[in-house]
Design a protein around this ligand. Structure first.
Ligand code: C2E
Ligand code: CA
Ligand code: CA
Length: 699
């Protein structure tokens, strides 16, 4: 649980308008916060450096350094992004909000100020403290969802041959819908190599109702759109029956920019430009992957995470100039790479901070190798014909002793490094104080118990109902895993599923869940209740080459129709081997299983994801539902997703519906099903059966 906010937290109010500052001080001061003020951006930066406030309220419109600029500067100073910054924007203006988040704001509130909301947001921002980054990420995701509305739709009337396009065609590609109202006029604009594919796909759609999925190069004649050759992703499907079947419905997306930059962005997002080493993010991934592999090894492996910090590197910048200092960093990176051999990784995790991962058969061995590496750094570097010596302080954390995952290990290593520096030592290994040791022991115990949980029959499933909004009936359920720990009682999945994944146990447990859920589905059918059962699949299960056979076998053994089994996948699947995942999903759907995308929230890849992944259902993340009655932006997002879902022939389920009012909104927005405490909490199968039989829609 999050700690309650400290009542006398210190807030800094930054606004050039004196009356506004007075008002803010009055309202927030009365709630017990300690307040200080700054009348402009530069003053704010100074106050922050001096007073270290707990939260900043920052006006956007200020002369000279405006709010965005100030925010960006604060973030430069505060590398951890820990300081919550709430921006006061002028209007409910999406561009302003995006700018605020891009500059690093935690949250925003619009002027004129809604006082109760402000108080709430301040409290929330303070409470989430270190979680701020996550909040911001969520908001960024929301911002990207808004951009979804820029996705276009198209249709093809098979009886008249007419092609219809939504207005986005013009805004995205510069081509007027009327200019491509027939297959012939569309073909004329295509790159000659793409024409046969288009004609064939359209022919197949018309003849046998095949799904259309194409990536085409289209020529625009609008000088405002660059480059003139647009890459457009086009998908479409024939309607199901009757008149509907006389039409193809689809969506399109201009992917020109992402095709060109995707590869570059991926690389830049994970690498340091100067040294070419991986960055912190990549390093954490690499360590976690190595730990997983180590677990599946027969012989034990010690993993050593070392963090190396250059002592007073800034003086090199001052004395040799920036470009020579950069050269020094590059040489250092090279040397680290040379000395860290054999399954090791090296990364640059900060300006003058590097990290290494070493794998060795024993602790002593790992530490000896690290010592070797530290010794190597003591040798001189040759920069511009000068010999340069560096001093570093380093810290080391070992797996399993000091942590079970990359984040923990790196943190321990960094702490050890700070300690080493303060004691003037070249490096130290993390040590555990009594409390840490206790926690670590508890974690190890949990791990040990979890390893035996499957054999000891300690897992069970609960089922959460899903109501169809058209008929007000329970039509499906989501199966949710629980662990009955012999001492701690029932453990919620957030506490043990990540651990199962770390330990490489998610596959056998996931298989158990599948079999159990299929059997329950069959029992309900036998009782005259053909409920659809959703099963969560972890992305790691997709790496199992037997997954398809396991799912198929589970359904066959239970003698349940695949149409009653809905596989819930998450967006993060798109990060894995996309083609493999798509192919596998297609096999599932061909075999009759339903596929749902869970926690739909739109990351960087989600648009693509929707277009490329064969899906039946979108489950909108609870984050968008919680405030739906109050927040226009959330409604716009849900509306965009439902419109898109409908045009792609997908069902849309809203998750986390707790109140009747949320439910009313969702119904009005065109959502097809709702799941949440309003309908029912996750419950044992027999309770669910009773609920489904006696269910009447809540009012
Ligand atoms: P999820 O798939 O998003 O599941 C929905 C979660 O939201 C469930 O938490 C459910 O109890 C909770 N929830 C449902 N309605 C409401 C509501 O109205 N308000 C609030 N506040 N919460 C609501 P739970 O059961 O703790 O599961 C957490 C997560 O654990 C799941 O999130 C899923 O990602 C994972 N999980 C659960 N079972 C399995 C499993 O068998 N396999 C895998 N791989 N993951 C699982
Ligand atoms: Ca789920
Ligand atoms: Ca979910």
């Amino acid at each position: 649980m999050l700690a309650a906010p400290s009542k006398n937290a210190h807030l800094l109010i930054v606004d050039d308008d004196h009356p506004t500052r007075m008002l803010l001080r009055g309202v927030l001061g009365r709630q017990g916060y300690q307040i200080s003020e700054a009348a402009n951006g530069l003053e704010a930066l100074q106050r922050i450096a001096e007073q270290r406030p707990d939260l900043v309220l920052l006006d956007v419109m200020m002369p000279e350094l405006d709010g965005y600029g100030t925010c960006a500067r604060i973030r430069e100073q505060d590398a951890d992004d820990n300081l919550p910054i709430i921006m006061l924007t002028g209007a409910e203006d999406i561009a302003a909000i995006d700018l605020a988040f891009n500059a690093g704001a935690t949250d925003f509130i619009t002027k004129p100020i809604n006082w109760p909301l402000l108080t709430q947001r301040v409290r929330y921002a303070l409470r989430t403290g270190a979680l701020n980054r996550q909040v911001r990420e969520n908001r960024m995701r929301e911002a990207s969802v808004r951009r979804i509305a820029g996705l276009g739709f198209w249709g093809w009337d098979l009886s008249t041959g007419e092609l219809q396009w939504s207005q986005e065609l013009l805004t995205l590609t510069g081509i007027a819908p009327a200019a491509v109202a027939s297959v012939a006029s569309l073909t004329a604009r295509l790159h000659p190599d793409d024409r046969p594919r288009l004609l064939q796909a359209f022919e197949m759609a018309q003849a046998v109702g095949a799904r259309i999925e194409l990536e085409l190069r289209l020529q625009t004649d609008s000088p405002a759109i660059q480059p003139a050759e647009r890459i457009v992703h086009l998908i479409g499907e024939r309607g199901q029956q009757g008149q509907e079947a006389e039409r193809v419905y689809g969506a399109f997306q201009d992917v020109t920019a992402s095709r060109q930059t995707a590869a570059l962005v991926d690389f830049l997002a994970l690498h340091d430009e100067l040294t070419g080493l991986g960055n912190r993010r990549l390093f954490l991934q690499q360590v976690n992957r190595a730990l997983q592999q180590a677990h599946s090894n027969a012989t034990p492996v010690t993993a050593l995470v070392g963090c190396i910090d250059l002592v007073r590197f800034k003086r090199f910048n001052d004395s040799m100039g920036n470009s020579n200092a950069d050269k020094l960093l590059t040489l250092l990176a090279q040397r680290l790479r040379v000395y860290a051999t054999g399954g090791s990784e090296v990364a640059r995790i900060g300006g003058d901070e590097f990290a290494v991962l070493l794998l060795a058969p024993s602790e002593a061995d790992a530490e000896a190798r690290f010592q070797h590496l530290v010794d190597a750094l003591a040798l001189p570097f040759k920069v511009d014909a000068h010999e340069v010596f560096i001093t570093c302080s380093a810290g080391v954390a070992l797996h399993p002793q000091h942590g079970s995952n990359a984040e923990q290990l790196l943190q321990q290593a960094q702490e050890a490094q700070r300690l080493a520096r303060s004691q003037g030592r070249s490096w130290m290994t993390a040590s555990l104080d009594a409390e840490d040791a206790g926690r670590m022991r508890a974690a190890l115990e949990l791990e040990r118990a979890l390893r035996r949980a499957l054999d000891n029959d300690q897992f069970f499933l609960v089922y959460q109902p899903q109501m169809d909004l058209t008929h007000g009936k329970i039509v499906g359920v989501e199966a949710l895993l629980r662990w009955r720990h012999p001492v701690h009682g029932v453990v919620p999945p957030v506490r043990f599923i990540p651990l199962l994944e770390d330990l490489g146990l998610i596959n056998p447990v996931g298989e158990w869940v599948l079999r159990e859920a299929c059997q329950q589905a069959a029992r309900w059918v036998a009782q005259g209740l053909p409920l659809r059962v959703g099963v969560n699949l972890s992305p790691r299960q997709f790496l199992d080459p037997h997954l398809f056979d396991i799912v198929l076998d589970a359904a066959q053994q239970a003698q349940v129709a695949p149409g009653l089994i809905e596989l819930e996948i998450t967006e993060s699947l798109a990060i894995q081997d996309l083609d493999h995942s798509i192919q596998l999903l297609r096999r599932f759907r061909d075999a009759g299983f339903k596929v749902a995308v869970d926690d739909f929230g739109i990351g960087y890849s989600s648009l693509e994801y929707l277009l490329r992944f064969p899906l039946d259902v979108i489950k909108i993340d609870r984050a968008f539902i919680t405030d739906i009655t109050a927040t226009q932006a959330d409604r716009a997002i849900v509306r965009a997703v439902t419109v898109m879902g409908q045009s792609l022939g997908l069902q849309v389920i809203a998750e986390g519906v707790e109140t009747q009012r949320q439910c009313d909104f969702l119904e009005a927005l065109g959502v097809s099903e709702v799941q949440g405490y309003l309908i029912g909490k996750p419950m044992p199968a027999d309770e669910l059966e009773q609920l489904a039989r006696s269910f009447t829609r809540p009012h």
